[in-house]
Design a protein around this ligand. Structure first.
Ligand code: NOJ
Length: 743
């Protein structure tokens, strides 16, 4: 299902290198071993230098000053007793200096090649400073847009997150971790963080094991299969056991079941926090639980350095286990080629934010834009017919906010805003007048409304750039109300009153609830936080140089009370339909209670989302027809080919993301009403038709049953092919034979 990188199989280092590592470990004192297992946040201070020289630290994070890094590497190589180089970590989440769309935006491209290229460029730029390890991809499946970290995620679906997460790993790591410009990746946060209760960051996650295996773990397994060098333990607790002390996750699943050979790093002070969780009584017990669970490296807190020596002396932690942990860290250092060369010459690398990197970021941003509405075909704008365009909104010309969360090394000065891009694109042909309307997205002042309204009245059309500032999503930035913040709705209403065509461009770190404004605007382009080249990418689409082609990687709720709402839900025993739901306003006074015919819905919000997973409009139209299946009665174990004819019935060349969904009608555990099991991005000329085919193997039909076995069960399946999770074109098959277990 997922393409494999050449760096797969972390266990097949050349024998000579394994031997060298073995010899090195044999020469290490316990203190030196624990040093390798310690990561400190560094900025080149004297204390850090001393710690490196004394072999008390194996990795640093958060220093991107090449001179500092080179000096620390020199000290590690030349002054420490064993000369072991450092891992230099950094959160390179969606670009280093050239910022790509936030990961959730990249997921909306449904394009592994775009995601891989974004990560390759991010790695190249980061490596040019001396960074050799990123804490990405973040592959927490999440179904809660309140959670600020949804911005960093690849959305709600295990299949999509698996394919794109693996592509990101390949982009960062390339075929050879020792190659120039490749860096080690980190699959995070293992595991279950995306199910944080109520969408509040760092909160508890309770996930039944069956759901954990069917929904939350697949992207991590795909990352492990793609050869990801490291894993990061989550801050959260999972079913009462914080991830950083969770033996079931780290030992049973990751190491025993998946045979993972890379290493696990804690999150920032998450080992010390085991005591804050109330899982351990003090730092010493925290160190014990984390080491016992198999967390190989401690980020920032120092419980390992402070307490592992005593725990080993007391016989509670076996030094052979410490050796395994150190070995797994040294292996990654060897894979990165750091023992041969840990010095970085920035001049060996292409310039940061060069033209090629910008072009890739523009393409990624363009493919990430999802068109949610286009009434009366107001888009694309016809620059030949327009005289004056009003561009309004606090995000239309803000080079910083368009970059989004987690951009430690991104610079606002590199950004091209929508205002700049539109003016560059239309030149003298169209007058583009700009007013902010609001000081920022949270502003609750109408002071600048009059200016915006005047510009709108004098224009042929209005483009409104609204949404969320970057700081409103990301770590520790959850929101309970996910409507447009501040007076943005009031601004929309004021501009709608002008009667001019209103085109809303949303830049945001999460799905927002747009129900209150969806009828007040003609078109909606959802661009997420689009990054450095967001302006030109959005302008390309507004002006019709490219058709929008993004599709939602996450369901958009009507209202926050519907959360969690996701397409691959279970049917329940009382599934709703339009005929079985009632609305709170239509219920008679003193209506008697009855359970007859009742179904699963909200009296005030029905059961449907505002926009479903997989949805996104185009400037052209695509028709799906003639679905075919290779066999209607295949046997368990045989491959099944399913295809449909896709036709561009509109007037513009465009790309469509063809999606395949599956339903296993009866299972040992209840199965979702639909599950994504394949997708392809297809470009068609107007009038062109192409048959798009998918192969369903046992892997696609399998799920974890009540006994937590991965099984393929015989029985009835439905298959849909179409342009969203509400695709209607369907076929079915009956799988014959006996249940089989998959490894
Ligand atoms: C905490 C975050 O949870 C994690 O994702 C990040 O990589 C580390 N801090 C390091 O900055």
């Amino acid at each position: 299902m997922v393409e494999q990188a050449g760096s797969k199989n972390l266990d097949n280092l050349p024998v000579a290198i394994e031997q060298r590592i073995g010899e090195l470990v044999a020469r290490m004192t316990l203190a030196e071993k624990i040093g390798q297992m310690s990561q400190l946040s560094g900025s080149g201070g004297a204390e850090l230098k001393r710690a490196v020289a004394e072999g008390r630290v194996g990795s640093i994070l958060n220093d991107v000053n090449t001179e500092n890094i080179n000096e620390l590497q020199r000290i590690a190589r030349e002054e420490s007793r064993l000369g072991i180089p450092l891992l230099v970590g950094r959160d390179v989440i969606h670009g280093f200096r050239t910022i790509f769309p936030i990961p959730l935006g990249q997921a909306a491209s449904w394009n592994p090649a775009v995601v891989r290229e974004g990560a390759r460029i991010a790695a190249l730029e980061a490596a040019s400073t001396g960074v050799n390890w990123t804490f990405a991809p973040m592959i927490d499946v999440t179904r809660d847009p309140r959670w600020g970290r949804i911005a960093e995620s690849l959305g709600e679906d295990p299949w999509l997150a698996s394919v794109l997460g693996a592509a990101m790993v390949q982009g960062f790591q390339g075929d050879d971790l020792a190659g120039k410009g490749t860096i080690a990746a980190c699959a995070k946060h293992f595991a279950g963080y995306g199910a944080t209760e109520g969408g509040r960051d760092y909160n508890t996650a309770n996930i039944p094991e069956n759901e954990l295996r069917n929904v939350y773990l697949p992207p991590f397994q795909a990352a492990a299969d793609a050869g990801v060098a490291t894993f990061m333990a989550s801050f959260s607790d999972l079913n009462g056991v914080p991830a950083s002390g969770n033996e079931f996750l780290m030992k049973q699943i990751l190491r025993q079941e998946w045979g993972y050979k890379g290493f696990v790093v804690s999150d920032w002070e998450s080992i010390r926090q085991l005591s804050v969780h109330g899982f351990t009584a003090n730092d010493k017990e925290a160190a014990y639980e984390a080491a016992n669970a198999g967390v190989d490296m401690e980020m920032v807190s120092t419980t390992y350095a402070d307490h592992l020596p005593a725990l080993v002396a007391e016989g509670r932690i076996d030094e052979r286990e410490i050796d395994r942990m150190v070995t797994s860290i040294l292996r990654i250092k060897a894979r990165l080629g750091l023992f041969d060369n840990s010095h970085t010459e920035p001049t060996d690398f292409p310039a940061l934010v060069n033209q090629q990197h910008r072009e890739a970021a523009r393409q990624a941003a363009r493919q990430s834009v999802v068109m949610l509405q286009n009434r009366n075909r107001v888009l694309p704008l016809n620059s030949g017919k327009l005289n004056t365009l009003a561009l309004i909104g606090p995000l239309a010309d803000d080079p910083y906010e368009q970059l989004g969360t987690w951009i430690f090394d991104g610079q606002a000065e590199d950004s091209v805003t929508l205002l700049q891009a539109l003016r560059d694109a239309v030149g003298n042909k169209v007058k583009v007048n700009f007013a902010r309307g609001l000081v920022n997205t949270r502003s609750k002042s109408r002071a600048e409304f009059a200016e915006a309204i005047a510009l709108a009245e004098a224009a042929d059309a209005v483009v409104l750039a609204l949404g969320e500032e970057a700081i409103l999503s990301g770590e520790a930035h959850s929101r309970a109300d996910i409507r447009l913040p501040g007076y943005q709705q009031q601004l929309i209403e004021a501009l709608a009153a002008t009667g001019k065509p209103l085109i809303l461009v949303v830049m945001a770190g999460r799905p927002l609830t747009l129900t209150d404004i969806v009828d007040k605007v003609d078109a909606i382009l959802y661009s997420w936080h689009p990054g450095t080249m967001g302006g030109p990418a959005i302008a390309d689409i507004l002006l019709g140089k490219h058709s929008p082609s993004g599709k939602l990687p996450v369901t958009f709720p009507n209202t926050v009370g519907q959360i969690p709402i996701y397409y691959s839900h279970k049917n329940t025993g009382k599934p709703p339909s339009d005929d079985t739901i009632a609305h709170i306003d239509d219920i008679d006074a003193k209506a008697p209670q009855t359970s007859l015919g009742m179904t699963s819905f909200y009296l005030d919000a029905g059961y449907k989302p505002l926009f479903p997973f997989g949805f996104g409009l185009s400037y052209t139209e695509f028709a799906y027809s003639d679905i075919r299946i290779s066999s209607e009665r295949p046997h368990v174990g045989s491959d099944i080919q399913v295809s449909a004819l896709l036709t561009n019935t509109g007037k513009m060349e465009a790309e469509e993301i063809v999606q395949l969904y599956l339903r296993d009608l009866v299972g040992n555990v209840t199965r979702p009403v639909r599950e994504l099991k394949g997708f392809q991005r297809v470009r068609l000329q107007p009038g062109e038709a192409r048959r798009v085919g998918f192969t369903l193997t046992s892997e696609e039909l399998a799920f974890y049953n009540r006994k937590m076995q991965k099984v393929v069960e015989p029985g009835q399946f439905h298959v849909w092919i179409g342009g969203s999770s509400e695709a209607e074109l369907a076929t079915q098959f009956e799988l014959l034979g006996e249940t089989v277990l998959l490894p």
